[in-house]
Design a binder for this molecule. Structure first.
Ligand code: PRP
Ligand code: ZN
Length: 299
């Protein structure tokens, strides 16, 4: 296959981000043919193929132009950036968009029984982590001296095994900490998924598909909260009703055949529409209220 005619996008093979990443691509219209354990899936209807890799490998695959694009957590990206900086190198991947999934935080946590006052409590302790560069930078910024114990996984059991006094790890729901009797005490970095691209200038065809993909991704993010509202209202109630419609720009006002004093109002609301909103609209004189999900949006 011609290298110049198909985009490659790297995503996490199996983990927290996998399903959301595939879901986003599906909403962007991509249909993938994928054998269960294959490392690459072919885009059947778009010139876009997906590579399934370890998330920690995604920044390098993208900056070395093995993959044109990547979906990866900011936590992994920032760790790699700092690691490179420490070696005098500059990270070259380019962040295109933060995306609204994979929210988590890199936090310090201590065993439940351990006394904790503030950051000064860390001095001289051993902290286990898989994010040594982010942790080192945090300690340096705060003028704290502590020992970093770099592990490749299962950080949460390090205190029980006596390998460390506390940990610095990702927290999403908090259930891993809870299950291991650890208490979150300080957040070092807030993270979410970002879309990154290669620093290399791509052939026009690929560049134009990246632009199209970005528009679709923006559309997908917008429709998540958006609703289409339809209602009937007396003309006199319009000013009040427009105030009540959450996050809508200019609603369409349509005359109603046979009722000169009444109109139909159609509006896209960029925020979630709650029962309370509908109740207020009704109280303001609206009737025949209808709320529909928005499936696609392109601006
Ligand atoms: C993180 C972290 C914890 C877990 C926390 O791992 O290492 O194990 O998620 O999530 P919780 O607060 O919802 O319990 P991740 O899924 O990022 O895997 P990886 O580090 O192996 O990529
Ligand atoms: Zn990982």
């Amino acid at each position: 296959m011609d290298k110049d005619s198909r985009l490659k996008l790297a995503i996490q093979k199996s983990g927290r981000l996998t399903d959301h990443s595939l879901d986003l691509l599906g909403r962007c219209g991509l249909k993938l043919s994928r054998g269960k354990d294959q490392l690459m899936a072919f885009g059947e209807n778009l010139p876009l193929d997906v590579l399934f890799v370890r998330d920690d490998d995604i920044p390098d695959l993208v900056q070395e132009d093995v993959s044109d694009l990547g979906l990866v957590g900011l936590n992994v990206l920032e760790e790699r950036r700092l690691e490179m900086a420490a070696r005098g190198a500059t990270a070259r991947f380019e962040v295109l968009r933060p995306l609204d999934f994979g929210h988590c935080r890199l936090s310090l946590a201590v065993p439940e029984g351990m006394a904790w006052k503030d950051l000064s409590s860390i001095a001289g302790l051993r902290i286990a982590t898989t994010y040594p560069a982010l942790l080192a930078s945090f300690l340096k910024q705060n003028g704290i001296t502590a020992e970093i114990v770099t592990l490749s996984g299962a950080v949460e059991i390090a205190p029980r095994l006596g390998r460390a006094d506390m940990i610095c790890d990702l927290v999403s729901s908090g259930s891993t900490l809870q299950a291991n009797h650890l208490r979150e005490v300080h957040t070092i970095l807030k993270s979410q998924v970002v879309l990154i691209r290669t620093p290399v200038k791509l052939p026009e065809f690929k560049e134009s598909w990246i632009s199209r993909l970005l528009l679709r991704i923006d559309g997908v993010e917008q429709v998540k909260e958006s609703k289409y509202i339809m209602l009937h209202a007396p003309r006199s109630a319009l000013p009040r009703i427009r105030e009540l419609l959450p996050g809508s720009e200019s609603p369409t006002i349509i005359p109603l055949e046979g009722s000169p004093d009444k109109v139909a109002v159609h509006a896209v609301c960029r925020e979630n529409v709650f029962w309370e909103t509908l109740e207020s609209l009704k109280a303001a004189g609206a009737s025949a209220l209808l709320v529909l999900p928005v499936e696609k949006m392109l601006n």
